[in-house]
Design a binder for this molecule. Structure first.
Ligand SMILES: Cc1cc2nc3c(=O)[nH]c(=O)nc-3n(C[C@H](O)[C@H](O)[C@H](O)COP(=O)(O)OP(=O)(O)OC[C@H]3O[C@@H](n4cnc5c(N)ncnc54)[C@H](O)[C@@H]3O)c2cc1C
Length: 363
């Protein structure tokens, strides 16, 4: 047996990689195991929408974690760019949340979160975004809504992790968590045993598979999301369009991402005719000019869905040094800096930036 890391992290998605980066920046020796290539699962597939929240006013634990993350994103993005030269595309492009048919937008909710919004009539909507179809109804304008480009963010995290000394083992499946009395002492991979003072399971939709042999069943399940990427060849609109649980995200180069389905299809990570067809219909309905855009790419990702929609952040009951950070469902990118910060604080015995009670594994 060899000593390999102060902290072993299982999973190279946005949660595992950001946590690794934050720990290693403070001198912790981190070993990260990823069964494939880091940053190629849900964290690659996501749309990168970052809704705002205000830490001073947010009361709900989810909103507070989002607000904490929101405070960290500009600095983290800048830091990653300085360190790696990779621009993750973080930008406050603003968003338009439609009322009407989709019916989910509620101005009161934004107001309660301390977020400045304004209500736009159909006409005002067109003045702001002339490419929108007529008669879509009213919308709430959220000027501080932001976005980033997931693949770039993940690439930047990976380079930054390597720079601060994180050892990344690619193509390394963790098959088992190794316990000794009430402590985890490491992990077993196909051909070696890796030991550490603490282990973090950040294995996204796969998390329950690793924890089940310990009798820990969190109920995290894969929830498939499909996305279509269009290239209209020019910038057609510039704000994120939120239509119920689906959306259009305009990138700065004019490309438009249309997402996303929500399907319980196990670990089958495929795109389907019905899934992509429905997204394309929505895209053309909201922005008719997209009918002529090139369909550049389609993909699917597996969100780590948790039973109550909240992530799990904390240690496994009775195993002080075995931590889990998973189950972020549709919000793993937006919650990643806050999750990584509080988890780093917890592991290092530092004062917590926010309470973790609501995210306990045994809640
Ligand atoms: C279509 C789609 C759109 C989305 N849009 C948004 C959005 O706009 N905003 C937002 O905030 N979130 C969004 N999300 C959600 C977000 O992408 C996820 O919540 C987030 O990526 C979860 O990160 P993760 O690190 O927990 O999981 P993952 O990125 O899936 O990472 C987990 C990693 O663990 C590895 N792993 C698993 N088991 C093992 C093992 N035994 N050994 C070694 N490695 C293992 C996996 O290979 C994987 O790389 C979206 C998701 C999808 C699919």
């Amino acid at each position: 047996m060899k000593r390999t890391g102060d902290v072993i992290i299982v999973g190279g998605g946005v949660i595992g990689m950001t946590t690794a980066y934050f720990l290693a920046r403070e001198g912790v020796h981190v070993l990260l195991c990823e069964q494939g290539q880091p940053g190629m699962e849900a964290s690659w597939a996501g749309a990168g929408i970052l809704p705002p929240s205000d830490l001073a006013l947010a009361l709900d634990p989810f909103d507070r974690l989002r607000a904490l993350s929101g405070q960290l994103f500009p600095e983290l993005s800048h830091d990653l760019q300085e360190r790696t030269g990779i621009d993750n595309g973080f930008t406050r492009c603003g968003g338009l949340e439609f009322i009407g048919q989709a019916g989910q937008a509620d101005p009161e909710e934004w107001y309660g979160l301390g977020i400045t919004t304004n209500f736009l009539s159909d006409k005002e909507l067109h003045d702001l975004e002339p490419a929108l179809a007529p008669h879509l109804g009213e919308a709430i304008h959220v000027p501080t809504m932001a976005q980033l480009r997931n693949p770039r963010h993940m690439r930047a995290l990976r380079v930054a992790c390597a720079e601060v000394g994180v050892s990344i083992r690619e193509d390394t499946v963790v098959a088992e968590l190794l316990l000794e009395k009430n402590r985890v002492k490491g992990v077993r991979t196909a051909n070696e045993v890796l030991t550490g003072d603490a282990v973090v399971v950040a294995a996204g939709a796969w998390t329950d598979r690793l924890l089940a042999p310990l009798g820990c069943h969190l109920g995290i399940k894969p929830v498939r999301g499909q996305i279509a990427l269009l290239n209209p060849g020019r910038v057609v609109f510039s704000r994120i369009l939120l239509w119920g649980s689906r959306y259009l995200v305009p990138r700065l180069d004019g490309r438009v991402l249309i997402g996303s389905t929500e399907e319980h299809a196990g670990f089958e990570k495929i795109t389907t005719a019905a899934g992509i067809g429905g997204l394309l219909d929505l895209g053309v309905r909201l922005v008719p000019e997209l009918a002529n855009a090139m369909l550049e790419q389609t993909w699917a990702g597996l969100r780590p869905g948790s039973p109550d929609g909240l992530p799990f952040i904390g240690n496994v009951a009775d195993i002080e040094n075995l931590y889990v950070a998973a189950g972020h469902f549709r919000a793993g990118i937006q919650l990643s800096p806050g999750t990584a910060l509080v988890l780093k604080e917890r592991i290092m015995g530092q004062p917590l930036s926010m309470p973790l009670e609501a995210f306990r594994l045994d809640r």
